[in-house]
Design a protein around this ligand. Structure first.
Ligand code: SAM
Length: 242
């Protein structure tokens, strides 16, 4: 029913060798996303091969920054502003050992994700409705994650204040950015330093089977985030640390 040539060759290029069950989980996820998209705005991309490349392969490109061996361990990963589940769900499907928290400010997207998690039979996945800047002040979430991913949420200076408070000392945040990210990275330098981070790497590549250039910005959490961050009242967005 599905032509998975593009998906399979892309996964091979990323060094991934999925089981038939994992591919079936991706199919079910696709079907649920497209059906729900009729009644709720989840994604502008619905054509199967385009979803394979722009959502799944793109999400799984995390292997360019974090090794497959590490992703096959029970790392605590939080996906900030996960939306329809990107990159968090494809990562959980391909790396079932991960302990994944999917977080978004929109409750209806979180309810959709709860249905996906149940339908796919995924364990160790928590779906949380909330704002990153609020969860970052809650001890249940603050500095509790080894990895904090985020794609297409906001500019780096603001995103750092969403992600670094959630990241444990020794862990890292990984921001999915476009290839030209130098300007926003320069703008974020003070926020990264202030929040206890250190820019470790900017990994640039093209997503398999596309001409889409990406950067993954890896910020290591070296010191605890000062207690006054993250700030409330929309400040990380309206007046980022510059
Ligand atoms: N990460 C997904 C992707 O790449 O397809 C969704 C990207 S969508 C453009 C941005 C998402 O971030 C939305 O679902 C929105 O509700 C969420 N978001 C924006 N600000 C947020 C915040 N402060 N805390 C949590 N989620 C937030």
């Amino acid at each position: 029913m599905y032509n998975d040539d593009v998906l399979m060759s892309g996964l091979t290029e990323l060094g991934l060798n999925p089981t038939a069950e994992q591919i079936a989980q991706l199919h079910t996820y696709y079907e649920m996303m497209v059906a729900t998209n009729e009644v709720m705005n989840l994604t502008a991309i619905t054509e199967y091969e385009e979803v394979c490349v722009k959502h799944w392969l793109d999400s799984l490109c995390l292997v360019k920054a974090i090794s497959v061996d590490k992703l096959n361990t029970p790392l605590r990963l939080i996906d900030v502003g996960t939306g329809a589940g990107f990159p968090g769900i494809p990562l959980k499907i391909l790396f079932p050992s991960l302990k994944v928290t999917l977080m978004d400010a929109l409750g209806k997207r979180i309810r959709f994700l709860e249905e996906v998690v149940a339908a796919l039979g995924l364990s160790n996945v928590t779906c949380v409705h909330g704002r990153a800047e609020e969860l970052g002040r809650n001890t249940q979430y603050r500095e509790q994650f080894d990895l904090c991913t985020s794609r297409a949420v906001t500019r780096m200076a603001s995103l750092t204040e969403f992600c670094l408070p959630l990241t444990a000392v020794g862990g890292a945040m990984v921001a999915y950015k476009s290839q030209d990210c130098e300007e926003e990275l320069t703008e974020a330098a003070k926020a990264i330093r202030t929040l206890g981070g250190n820019l470790e790497d900017t990994v640039k590549f093209t997503v398999p089977n596309s001409d889409f250039g990406r950067s993954l910005i890896v910020v290591r959490k070296e010191k605890a985030t000062p207690a006054k961050y993250p700030r409330g009242g929309g400040k990380p967005m309206k007046s980022p640390i510059l």
